[in-house]
Ligand binder design. Structure first.
Ligand code: NAP
Length: 261
């Protein structure tokens, strides 16, 4: 099925690695024009060069998104380069483990800056352009907003707020024909996940334990499976009547009966 994403400009924050990079690849495969926005310039350039060598239209903007000013600059740059914007995929984030006990008010605020404020800032600056294209927004959240994880208040509050903002923006943007949805991953192997896993004394055992609790096929979700949902949601043709939804791509991790395992 042609998802009709050809030549459509799609910003993917955190698009250089992990889930974001898989989304960039999927957008490129559909003929879209993916803009990788990431602080890891080298990884972004490497991916863009690879995709361009396959004929895709892909560019990189190196940016640290924690300031509102940098988000504004990114959107301006995209418009200068491409003159249009169809979609914003808010994806950059880090489970930085700023907990209630082992955190501080300042660290908590900094975690919100890393995980939440740029989702709002990017959407705010992108909005006038999304109105013109009747575009769409996808927010990448996390299962931890629903299940809790312990020791990670900043990340959790950000991800909970991201789910709430998805509904809020879906309502606010109805009149402009802009759809807003969230994808909720649970366990996906990425550089971030690998880093988190290696913080345990026995990462292999921890991994086995986690996998044993994933109901469907006792395996992790692949980044490609998250990306498949993202391109489906991007498509006005395929997902034109889907808005305000939280789509769990998690092998049943959050909602299926724990007694199953
Ligand atoms: P990842 O492997 O760390 O890739 C994310 C990319 O975004 C990295 O290149 C990272 O750069 C960049 N980035 C992060 N914060 C940034 C910022 N403030 N400004 C610019 N670039 C930034 O992460 P991932 O596992 O793919 O996660 C992507 C999203 O999925 C996150 O929102 C995460 O919360 C969510 N998620 C992931 C999982 C999972 O199992 N992996 C589960 C639930 C939710 P650095 O490498 O320099 O940090």
């Amino acid at each position: 099925m042609d998802l009709e994403l050809r030549n459509k400009v799609v910003i993917v924050t955190g698009g250089a690695k992990g889930i974001g990079a898989s989304i960039v690849r999927a957008v490129a495969r559909e003929g879209g024009n993916a803009v990788i926005v990431d602080r890891d310039k080298a990884a972004g350039e490497k991916l863009a060069i690879e995709l361009r060598s396959e004929g895709a239209n892909c560019s990189v903007i190196a940016a640290e998104l924690t300031s509102g000013e940098s988000c504004s600059k990114v959107v301006n740059q995209v418009l200068k380069d491409s003159n249009s914007l169809f979609a914003l995929i808010n994806n950059a984030g880090v489970n930085d483990r700023i907990g209630l006990e082992h955190g501080s008010p300042d660290k908590y605020m900094a975690s919100l800056q890393r995980n939440l404020f740029h989702y709002y800032n990017m959407a705010h600056y992108a909005l006038p352009h999304l109105k013109r294209s009747k575009g769409t927004i996808i927010n990448i959240a996390s299962k931890t907003a629903i299940t809790g994880q312990g020791g990670t208040s900043g990340y959790e509050s950000a991800k909970g707020a991201i789910l709430a903002l998805t509904r809020e923006w879906a309502v606010e943007l109805l009149e402009f024909g802009i759809r807003v949805n969230a994808i909720v991953p649970a366990e996906v192997m990425t550089p971030l996940y690998q880093q988190w896993l290696s913080s345990f004394p026995n990462p292999e055992e921890k991994m086995k334990n986690i996998i044993s609790k994933i109901p469907f096929e006792k395996r992790m979700t692949t980044p490609e499976e998250i990306a498949a949902m993202a391109v489906f949601l991007l498509s006005s043709k395929a997902a034109g009547h889907i808005t305000g939804q939280h789509l769990f791509v998690d092998g049943g991790y959050v909602h299926l009966d724990r007694a199953l395992s």
